[in-house]
Design a protein around this ligand. Structure first.
Ligand code: NAP
Length: 330
C-alpha cells in the first residue's frame, strides 16, 4: 500500500493551516481518469497565494491539496489515450484550485488537460517550465501572431526575475527580439542579461499615478506580468500597431486607461489564459518549449526544494522576493 505525502491545507471559518501530512489512497479524490505518481511539482505565484490564504484561489472543498502543476508517471488510467507508465505533465485546468493538485506524491486527476511530456524533456525540466513556461510561450506566440517582428523595436518584459518573466525573456531572445527587462530587484543585472535581456530597467520607472494617455513611444510590444499602473504606463508607451501580452497581476488587478492608444496608435491588448488553454494548443506550445529550452538552461534558473520547504517560501513569492523557478521534489 502506497503511503502518500501531500501538502494539505485545512481551513474553517476561523482557522487556517498548511502542513505536509500522510494521506491514505482512499482519501484521494474519486473523480479523475488518471492516477499519477508525481515526480516533481513547482511553485507558481498562484500556489503561493493559495498557501498563504490570499486571493481566493481555492474553490474546492477543504482539506485541499494545492499545486497547479505536476509531472509524473501514470499508474492507472481509464482514458484510452493514456497507459500506465506514460510520462505526463499537467498545468492549470483547475488543478490546485478546484481539484486536488500537484504538491503530493500521488494524485488522481482529470485527463482533460494532460499533455505527454515531450521526449527531450525530463519531469524535472517539465516542472521548471510549468504554468510559467506555458504562459511565457503563449505570450510570445500571441505577439508573433499580432505581427510584432524583431525589427519593429524593443519588447519590454515586466516582473522579469519571476517565473513567467524569466522564461519570456529567454524565449523572446531566442526568437531574435531585443528584450528589455523590468525588475524591482537591484542585484539581478547579470541574471537578466544571462537570460537574454539587452538592458535592464528599474520597476520605479513604471510606477506613479500621473500618467499621460499617450506617452513617448518606447516599445514595439510587451509581456506584462504586473498589471495595474505598470500596465497602464506600458499601454501609453507602445508604438503604432504594437501589442501587449497581458498575463499577470503581481502589482494589482486594476487598470485605468484612456482609449487614445487604441484608436490613435492601433495598439492591442492580448489576454493570456494558460489555465484553460485548449489541449491542441498546449501540445504545440510544449513541443516548441522542448525545442527551445535546454535542460542545462532550465536547471540554471531553478532551485530544487523538498515538499516540507514549500510553506516557508510561499510568503517570499507573494512579496516578489524570489528569482527564477522553484521545483518541488515530492
Ligand atoms: N495568465 C496566465 O495564464 C498566468 C499564468 C501564470 C502566471 N500568471 C500571473 O503572472 C504573474 C507572475 O507569475 P509568476 O508565476 O511568474 O510569479 P513569480 O515567479 O512569483 O514572479 C512574480 C514577479 O513579479 C514581480 N513583482 C512582484 N510583486 C510586484 C509588485 N508589487 N509590483 C511589480 N512587480 C512585482 C517580481 O519580479 P521583479 O522583482 O523582477 O520585478 C516577482 O518576482 C502573477 O500575477 C500570476 O498570477 C498568469
Amino acid at each position: 500500500m502506497d503511503t502518500i505525502k501531500s501538502l494539505l491545507i485545512r481551513k474553517t471559518e476561523s482557522t487556517f493551516g498548511v502542513a505536509v501530512e500522510k494521506v491514505d489512497m482512499g482519501d484521494l479524490p474519486t473523480d479523475g481518469e488518471l492516477l499519477v505518481r508525481i515526480q516533481y511539482s513547482c511553485i507558481n505565484y498562484k500556489d503561493a497565494l493559495a498557501i498563504t490564504n490570499q486571493g481566493n484561489i481555492i474553490r474546492g472543498e477543504y482539506p485541499f491539496v494545492p499545486g497547479i502543476d505536476l509531472a509524473g508517471i501514470v499508474m492507472e488510467s481509464s482514458d484510452m489515450r493514456f497507459q500506465a507508465g506514460d510520462s505526463v505533465v499537467a498545468t492549470g485546468g483547475g488543478l490546485g484550485e478546484i481539484h486536488w493538485g500537484g504538491l503530493s506524491s500521488i494524485q488522481r486527476i482529470s485527463s482533460e488537460w494532460i499533455v505527454t511530456v515531450p521526449e527531450r524533456l525530463s519531469a524535472f525540466d517539465a516542472m521548471v517550465i510549468g504554468t510559467a513556461g506555458v504562459t511565457a510561450m503563449l505570450s510570445v506566440v500571441a505577439l508573433e501572431e499580432a505581427g510584432i517582428r524583431p525589427e519593429n523595436g524593443e519588447i519590454l518584459v515586466t516582473g522579469a526575475t519571476g517565473g513567467v518573466g524569466s522564461l519570456s525573456i529567454r524565449l523572446l531572445a531566442n526568437a531574435g527580439y531585443t528584450v528589455v527587462a523590468c525588475t524591482g530587484k537591484t542585484d539581478v543585472h547579470d541574471y537578466l542579461t544571462g537570460l537574454g535581456a539587452a538592458r535592464v530597467l528599474d520597476r520605479s520607472e513604471f510606477s506613479g499615478t500621473r500618467l499621460r494617455p499617450m506617452d513617448k513611444v518606447k516599445w514595439a510590444g510587451a509581456v506584462d506580468t504586473v498589471g495595474s499602473q505598470t500596465l497602464a504606463r506600458i499601454i501609453s508607451q507602445i508604438g503604432r500597431h504594437g501589442a501587449i501580452a497581458v498575463c499577470g497581476l503581481a502589482g494589482g488587478s486594476d487598470l485605468h486607461l484612456s482609449v487614445f492608444p487604441f484608436i490613435l496608435r492601433g495598439i492591442k491588448l492580448l489576454g493570456i489564459d494558460s489555465n484553460t488553454c485548449p489541449v491542441p494548443v498546449r501540445q504545440r506550445v510544449w513541443a516548441r518549449l522542448a525545442e527551445e529550452l535546454s535542460s542545462d538552461f532550465l536547471r540554471s534558473i531553478t532551485t530544487e526544494i523538498g515538499l516540507d520547504e514549500v510553506v516557508g517560501l510561499a510568503d517570499s513569492f507573494v512579496k516578489g522576493k524570489i528569482k527564477g523557478r522553484y521545483v518541488v521534489r515530492v
